[in-house]
Design a binder for this molecule. Structure first.
Ligand code: FES
Length: 144
């Protein structure tokens, strides 16, 4: 049988480590990197990368592009609307995380909307974004 003192000690450790576990869980989040092709200044992402009738729909996908060491995140913002942002914090350049439908910076806490606008500093400038267009099959991310 556990003594009261041991019980309190065990609970205390669990409470103290809860934020650590949450932090670890968040840092272990894996993002889906979409397949894409490139044609001159356009990255071409099949719409099916956001899901199909048989697959779970995704709110966003990442591209491991050659134009930067940072991924590009494409968020679905409406039925036929997508936004593409470089996941580089405009404060001091840390790679951003995605939390729900926004970007957060693990370095100093800046937050950005899924369209790249600043919600919370210290960052002042919005994220670098890319024009997107779509047709019946693909999303086109215009990289220049
Ligand atoms: S580098 Fe992102 S908030 Fe400082």
């Amino acid at each position: 049988m556990m003594k009261r003192k041991d019980f309190i000690k065990t609970c205390g450790c669990a409470l103290v480590s809860a934020p650590v576990w949450l932090s670890l869980l968040q840092s272990c989040t894996s993002y889906y990197y979409a397949s894409y092709s490139q044609n001159e200044n356009k990255l071409i992402v099949p719409l099916s990368e956001f899901g199909s009738k048989n697959n779970k729909n995704r709110d966003f996908v990442l591209l491991d592009s050659t134009i930067s060491s940072y991924p590009i995140c494409i968020f679905k913002t409406g039925e036929d609307n997508y936004t593409a942002s470089l996941m580089q914090c405009t404060h001091k350049g840390c790679e951003l995380n995605i939390e729900g439908d926004m970007f957060s910076c693990p370095c100093h806490g800046s937050e950005f909307t899924k369209t790249g606008d600043v919600i919370e500093g210290p960052a002042i400038d919005p994220l670098k974004t890319f024009k997107t267009t779509i047709d019946n099959h693909n999303i086109y991310v215009h990289i220049s």
